[in-house]
Design a binder for this molecule. Structure first.
Ligand code: TPP
Length: 658
């Protein structure tokens, strides 16, 4: 291995060595503890340390790094106290996740480190968001994100690189090509000579670096980072290296030919560098010995702290309190000036007023800039707020949701417009696994609103008509809002944007241009978790939300002899159970109307809650009315049959007669 010193001084050469040695020695200790059953799982980065250490040393302390499961060297080079890492791996409170997540699955804002989620790819898009924030704030910083060569096969990789290139974001995409993804050799993972070749396809500069040569990694990444700070752009870097141990310790290396192991053993990044330093008189055997002694001592001391730390005592309140970032709702009252507007105007006005209020709010979506969005909600926004804050995106829901997460990590707010709520399935993973879980896992909020133009009755077939709120009400950590009137839509969207937690904001397309209401012209907010009672009665409680509120109203208006409480839920998560229970206790009968197909929808949970909490007050079974158990069809007569609107009246009357 050839080491070229360039203009690096001795202090730096030794610092690099120390930083290489520490993760190696920690790992060697962890392997012992693993065998003793004192830690649960270990992903080894032995042989790959030069990449983590070289990149971290090449970046400024204030620049974000998003490491993977083999990048202990990032954490140690950023000087995280070792006992905190040990406690993290043992699920203790001094770790970074209060025992809620394992290994390297955590971030630490103080150290500007954002750890992975198990799904590997999503953090590539998160890096885009962090880099976008730095670019918007003119910070001249770079963000480095890691992936293995296996992870490059995920769609997230493609989406993140494409976004970064189209938007010229200052991201270093660092591929650690260590030959195997679990047992799959690189030859079965991709079919190009070098992964760096892919840069060309994304319109991106790329480099290949010997990942086992610390001086090459450090020098080249320093040069690239400097140039990216001056001229923001993404760069793809492929580091050639090798995984010297199993995927994780239990999985072994039987599938790796011995010759390969032997060949790469000769290229060990630490041993070779040590020989080089000694041969050139930069370090002596005594220095090395003293250094190792001091690291051993540090490891032992910190392990002692962790071993002596008590196990976490479970407390349900603590767990539930950490699901969301604390948000104190602030009521903003409106003036009396109102104007009759459509549902769609209410959304547009609210969004515009929030853009005026929050200077750090960015909106992203397909065709939302010049074109004004598929439904024209953001028409005129580009002129008022500029291209930086009103961003047309490539067609990549996952990558954009991840970018939104990155903006939040960097302290900015965002609203993502799904062109149709149906397409959220292409961004499902980062919503339910990243946005929903990150506050609970490591205290990082996701200040993101996802706007969801949804719903049927518009003759648009199975992929443009779904109301898929149940996909999200099931995932703890997400708030779900579903207004039925312009006034509610305007006030609730303002609150959704103020709330620092992830909010899925459902907007029923059939209401956009059909429902009008007098709505205050200025900015105002409405609270989450408060249903509205839009009709009062004594015989039965009707519970519903979205377009179904209007179906229920129509039915009740047609049957003036039915005396019903009509509850419009407005938000599904949080759910206003208080209003539901009070009404059911009064009427003794409950019917829940839901537009989605029946099984597993929110109506089922509301029904169960009523049974559990109001059973003694019921005079009849709780009824759910919902769509058929099929996808939503296209032809108008099929769609009408599918939707529950026409079945609602019969069931309501049957229940009253029970
Ligand atoms: C979406 C997803 N699919 C599969 C896995 C299981 N898995 C975890 S790591 C891994 C191999 C990753 O290989 P690579 O990206 O090359 O990184 P390396 O482990 O070699 O450092 C696999 C298949 C996962 N965590 N997430």
């Amino acid at each position: 291995m050839e080491y070229i010193i360039n203009n690096l001084d001795q202090t730096l050469l030794i610092e690099l060595y120390k930083n290489l040695l520490k993760p190696r020695m920690i790992e060697e200790k962890m392997l012992v503890l693993l065998r003793q059953g004192k830690i649960s799982k270990w992903f080894s980065g032995i042989g790959q340390e030069a990449i983590s250490v070289g990149i971290t040393m090449a970046l400024d302390k204030e620049e974000y790094i998003l490491p993977m499961h083999r990048n202990l060297g990032v954490f140690t080079t950023r000087k995280i106290p070792l006992y905190r890492l040990f406690s993290q791996w043992q699920g203790k409170a001094s770790g970074f996740t209060k025992g809620r997540d394992r290994s390297f699955h955590f971030g630490a804002q103080h150290y500007k480190i954002v750890g992975m989620i198990s799904h590997l790819g999503p953090q590539l898009g998160v890096a885009d968001g962090i880099a976008l924030a730095s670019k918007l704030k003119d910070k001249n910083s770079v963000t480095a994100v890691f992936t293995g060569e296996g992870g490059t096969s995920e769609g997230d990789f493609h989406e993140a690189l494409n976004i970064a290139s189209v938007w010229q974001l200052p991201v270093l995409f660092c591929i650690e090509n260590n030959g195997y993804g679990l047992s799959t050799p690189a030859s079965e993972q991709y079919n190009c000579k070098d992964l760096a070749d892919r840069g060309l396809g994304y319109g991106m500069e790329s480099h290949i670096i010997d990942g086992n040569n610390i001086l090459e990694v450090y020098t080249k990444v320093s040069e690239i980072a400097k140039s990216v700070r001056e001229n923001p752009r993404p760069v793809l870097i492929e580091f050639k290296t090798f995984r010297m141990r199993g995927h994780e310790e239990a999985s072994g290396t039987k599938y790796v030919p011995d010759e390969l192991m032997n060949e790469w053993a000769k290229k060990d990044p630490i041993l070779n560098y040590e020989v080089f330093l000694k041969q050139n008189g930069f370090i002596s055997d005594e220095d090395i010995h003293a250094l190792k002694e001091s690291i051993t001592h540090e490891i032992e001391e910190h392990l002692k702290v962790t071993f002596e730390e008590e196990d976490i005592i479970p407390n349900e309140t603590d767990e539930l309190n950490d699901l969301f970032q604390n948000f104190k709702y602030q009521e903003v009252k409106h003036n009396t000036e109102t104007k009759e507007i459509r549902f769609i105007d209410a959304i547009s006005e609210s969004l515009k007023q929030s853009m005026e209020l929050h200077k750090d709010l960015v909106i992203m979506g397909q065709d939302i800039a010049e074109y004004g969005g598929a439904f024209k909600i953001t028409e005129g926004f580009l002129e008022q707020f500029g291209k930086d804050r009103v961003r047309n995106t490539p067609i990549c829901e996952s990558g954009i949701v991840e970018t939104a997460m990155g903006l939040s990590i960097a302290g900015m707010k965002s609203v993502v417009e799904m062109q149709f709520a149906d397409f959220v399935s292409s961004g499902f993973n980062p919503i339910v696994n990243y946005l929903a879980k990150s506050h609970y896992r490591w205290g990082q909020n996701a200040d993101v609103v996802i706007r969801m133009p949804c719903g049927g009755g518009v003759g648009a077939g199975p992929f443009h008509s779904q109301t898929n709120e149940a996909w999200f009400t099931k995932a703890p950590g997400l708030k779900v809002v579903y207004p039925a009137f312009p006034y509610d839509a305007k006030g609730l969207l303002a609150t959704a944007i103020n709330d620092p937690n992830p909010v899925l904001f459902f907007e029923h397309k059939a209401l956009y241009r059909s429902i009008r209401q007098d709505v205050p012209e200025d900015y105002f907010t409405l609270p989450f978790g408060k249903a509205s009672m839009i009709k009062k009665g004594s015989q039965i409680t009707v519970i519903t939300f979205g377009a179904a509120v209007h179906w229920a109203l129509e039915t009740l208006n047609k049957n003036p002899n039915v005396s019903a409480d009509l509850i419009n839920l407005r938000t599904l998560q949080p759910l206003d159970t208080e209003t539901i229970y009070a009404s059911v206790k009064k009427t003794g009968r409950a019917i829940i109307l839901q537009e989605d197909s029946l099984f597993g929808g929110i109506a089922s949970d509301i029904s169960a809650l009523i049974l559990e909490n109001c059973f003694e007050y019921l005079d009849a079974p709780v009824k759910r009315v919902a769509s058929m158990e099929t996808p939503i069809p296209f032809a108008p007569q099929l769609e009408q049959q599918y939707l529950p609107k026409n079945r609602f009246e019969n069931t309501l009357l049957e229940l009253l007669a029970y």
